[in-house]
Design a protein around this ligand. Structure first.
Ligand code: SF4
Length: 444
């Protein structure tokens, strides 16, 4: 049975910087929002690559004391939804000669004799005399959305973004060497200098302190719109577009085209705060923090089981009764996946005395799974799969629910070259797949 492999992850690679494994460790903490189920670090130890991995948040999964001194290292944070066997699938994947850390999904791995897509990449890259040749071959045969970093036991660091550029990847300078990471905000937080985004289809090859760039393949770009809506950090800038600004614009357009009469605008913290700010500014309805996030910070849709997701919702939000009592509320969130979180929140806010709750969502309706790197559940579990806005409102107990349209989202983010397959069902892949079969296999 094919194991489930859809992933969304954070990756980092460091070349020629003293204490690289410890810096990778710090960077993984800055990328923790991209994956919370496992973490791993590979570093060059004499002429072999050593790898340490563990389950959970970076600080629980890895003990920095066991990281040796090295100038070359890569790291990975990951989530999955099965919640089983994740340590086997934790990354980096390494045989001591090459190590890879991968963010994305390559659905055509099922045509090859491998368990997971990380193994598919590894099989293509291993035994290549020149790692660059392996990368060219990989781009030729892989279909999907992926960014990756590879480290070899010769100290070569490679960064690659797939030709359609679904996932972000950024090149930076760090002290005497270089860093490649999923998001620029992590590089800046380390005190590094952001050089630029890796381009779609570009391989960055760093050896002995010098950088080569090669466009391995060109294609039409389809950057993941969900990176702007939810996944990336608000202080990141992706391909020249500020995530924060995009989120504020999502809120402004939501207020313009999907208004509601209310006393206050309340964001579901944290990622929807800029969307709520945009809504509040545009509508003139005051923004209030009616919900607070408690110290349990795991993101509910990336929790592996329904039970865990529901208990996390209860634990992670508190309602400020003073704010919501006897008020008509516009409750803003970035998206609704299964509806688990939103249903619970609406109930909690009503119990605290709100008179009306109008839910406004800063993205279109998620109707389809993603096969390019974000781990949405299968179609049947998505609340918008078979319901319209009125039916969703009824299902979650809200007075009304409205979403952005795909065109409104594109206008808000301000770039045309976006993937919107989870909203539209139009998958911009090279080949078509029997996704229902793939999904069942992945669940197995
Ligand atoms: S399907 Fe949705 S989540 Fe997946 S890459 Fe496209 S926009 Fe992103």
């Amino acid at each position: 049975m094919i194991s489930k492999i859809k992933e969304h992850c954070g990756i980092v690679g460091i070349h020629n910087v003293p204490d690289a494994p410890r810096i990778v460790y710090e960077t993984l903490k800055f990328l923790q929002h991209r994956g919370q189920e496992s973490a791993g670090i590979t570093f060059l130890d004499k002429d072999r690559l050593s790898t340490v991995k563990g389950l959970g948040l970076v600080e629980d999964a890895l003990d920095p004391i066991i990281l040796k001194s090295s100038n070359f290292s890569i790291g990975h944070v990951r989530y999955s939804t099965t919640g089983r066997g994740v340590i086997d699938e934790a990354q980096p994947l390494s045989d001591g000669k090459i190590a890879l850390a991968f963010n994305g999904t390559i659905p055509n791995y099922i045509n090859y004799n491998v368990r997971i897509d990380t193994e598919f990449i590894y099989e293509v890259l291993k035994n290549q005399e020149d790692i660059r040749q392996g990368i060219r071959k990989l781009v030729d045969v892989a279909d999907g959305g992926y960014s990756l970093v590879v480290l070899t036991n010769k100290g070569e660091l490679i960064g690659l973004r797939d030709p359609k550029g679904f996932r972000p990847l950024v090149l930076g300078k760090l002290g005497s060497g270089y860093i490649i990471a999923s998001e620029d905000s992590a590089i800046r937080q380390l005190g590094g200098i952001v050089i630029r985004d890796v381009k779609p289809g570009e391989m960055i090859y760093i050896k002995n302190g010098s950088i080569e760039s090669e466009i391995v393949a060109r294609d039409e770009v389809h950057f993941c719109s969900f990176e702007y809506i939810y996944f990336s950090r608000a202080d990141s800038i992706i391909d020249g577009v500020s995530v924060y600004r995009a989120r504020v614009r999502l809120g402004e357009i939501l207020a313009e085209n999907h208004p509601a009469k209310a006393d206050i605008v309340v964001p579901v913290p944290e990622s929807s705060v800029p969307i709520a700010l945009g809504f509040s500014r545009k509508s003139g309805i005051p923004l209030e923090y009616g919900l607070v996030r408690t110290s349990v910070s795991k993101r509910s849709f990336i929790m592996p089981s329904q039970d865990k997701r529901e208990s996390i919702v209860e634990e992670k939000f508190g309602v400020v009764g003073e704010v919501v009592r006897n008020k008509k509320i516009i409750l803003i969130d970035d998206s609704i996946v299964r509806g688990t979180t939103m249903k619970k929140l609406v109930k909690l806010i009503r119990e605290n005395g709100a008179s009306e709750i109008h839910v406004r969502i800063g993205s279109p309706m998620i109707r389809y799974p993603c096969y390019m790197g974000i781990d949405f559940p299968n179609k049947k579990e998505l609340i918008a799969n078979d319901k319209n806005e009125m039916e969703i409102a009824k299902s979650i107990g809200a007075d009304s629910v409205e979403y952005l349209s795909i065109d409104e989202m594109i206008k808000a983010i301000g770039r045309q070259d976006l993937c919107h397959a989870c909203f539209s069902g139009m998958y911009p892949l090279k080949h078509s797949y029997d996704f229902s079969k793939l999904s069942v296999s992945m669940k197995g």
